[in-house]
Ligand binder design. Structure first.
Ligand code: DP6
Length: 386
């Protein structure tokens, strides 16, 4: 390995995903192994996504990470990665946004990906890294979410998926997306599903080491591209109970969770796979809505109870239910993660426009409700930037 002050880097962009059959509960907290399978839809990478730049240099003295710094395309003297002499193009990190990498989730991901690193050579930049070098070379990581972090919009899903994906590119790791998903899963369970676009299933697996607890693609993003996903941001405040601690409490105290994981979800997974395969919107809606409602019922069945939805969320549910009933056939599916924000899936663009009009009418921005913005996105694939 040459001793010059080179920096070698990769930038990737990864969308978040929204579960339509929810993951809630772990059977192994360290390896992040779930109590049931789950199914999600991956959003368009240009809407809710994480952009991560990973850099390696012999001059870096330790692994470091910055989250949600301001981004800029060109390096300058004030950049945190200030060891580069030539002007290079990468995401610039601004001071004070460094986060600790000491947590076991980061450490597990970094260890796993490093052990799979391959040889890398970039003659133009004078970079030559051998497989064995990855254990001792340090990394700088800059990550940016284009949406609120920890507000129940699956920021950790996009974040860990992007981290693992960008490191795999940097280190020339030759694993397929399913194998990478098993690494991302150790950062955050839902992250494993963001390694694919379209509809994705996270198989809970049965092995103790978690090697078969991986994500697989059920259908790509073109399979059902009539669907339009609208996220009604009811509140972008950080949630009081994180998904991790919430689901731990549910596993410890909710009998409904046991019933759901063993009796309900296995059947729903089969039905949902069928609905997706056949683009059967009525079944898709029925399964998504009831699964979301059961997940929130499990939260209420937890002791002490966890309230993720608020009055505005409940009003959105009523509105959609009434609309679907009055049309005779479902037009919109809803699902809510660990927060009050509504994820609404319209059967096509025409319905999406009507839905947006309805939302703006019933929840006008700057009214006494706290719902302020809407994000529209089609489902699409994971995209490598730059
Ligand atoms: C309600 O993946 O955030 O969004 O594995 O502890 O990091 P950890 O939890 P996380 O939980 C997501 C829960 C959910 C449902 C889902 O995405 O399936």
């Amino acid at each position: 390995m040459a001793a010059e002050k080179w920096v070698y880097m990769v930038t990737a962009q990864t969308p978040t995903n929204i579960a339509v059959i929810k993951y809630w509960g772990k059977r192994d907290e360290v390896r992040i192994l779930p109590v049931n399978d789950s199914i999600s839809v991956t959003l368009d990478p240009d809407h809710l996504c994480t952009v991560t730049t990973v850099a390696v240099s012999p001059a870096f003295d330790r692994d470091r990470m910055w989250l949600n710094g301001k981004t800029k395309k060109h390096s300058c003297e004030k950049s945190v990665i200030h060891l580069v002499t030539e002007s290079v193009s990468y995401i610039l990190l601004i001071e004070n946004l460094e986060i600790s990498l000491s947590g076991s989730r980061y450490q597990n991901c970094l260890r796993e990906i490093r052990s799979r690193g391959g040889d890398v050579e970039d003659r133009e930049k004078g970079v030559k890294i051998e497989k064995k070098d990855w254990e001792r070379l340090n990394l700088h990581i800059a990550s940016h979410n284009n949406f609120p972090t920890a507000a129940g919009l699956a920021s950790s899903a996009a974040g860990f998926a992007c981290l693992v994906f960008s490191l795999a590119k940097l280190m020339n790791v030759e694993e397929d997306p399913s194998q990478l998903s098993a690494i991302a899963r150790q950062g955050s369970g839902s992250a494993c599903r963001s390694l694919f676009g379209g509809f994705v299933k996270w198989k809970m697996g049965s092995k103790d080491d978690g090697s078969d607890s991986v994500a697989v693609q059920l259908a790509d993003e073109k399979h059902w591209d009539d669907l339009v996903i609208i996220i009604a941001v009811v509140s972008s405040r950080q949630k009081e109970t994180s998904s991790t601690s919430g689901m731990r409490e549910s596993v410890e105290t909710s009998l409904l969770l046991q019933h759901r994981a063993k009796e309900v979800v296995p059947k729903r997974i089969v039905q949902m796979e069928e609905a997706i395969k056949n683009r059967d919107f009525a079944s898709f809606t029925q399964l998504s809505c009831t699964d979301s409602n059961q997940f929130h019922a499990v939260c209420l069945d937890t002791s002490p109870p966890i309230f993720y939805m608020n009055d505005t969320s409940h009003r959105i549910i009523s509105l959609v239910e009434k609309w679907n009933r009055s049309e005779g056939t479902p037009q919109v599916a809803y699902t809510f993660d660990a927060g009050p924000n509504a994820v609404l899936i319209a059967r096509n663009r025409k319905v999406a426009v009507q839905l947006l009009q309805g939302l703006l009418y019933y929840f006008p921005p700057k009214s006494d409700t706290d719902m302020k913005s809407y994000v529209v996105g089609d489902n699409s694939i994971l995209k490598e930037a730059g």
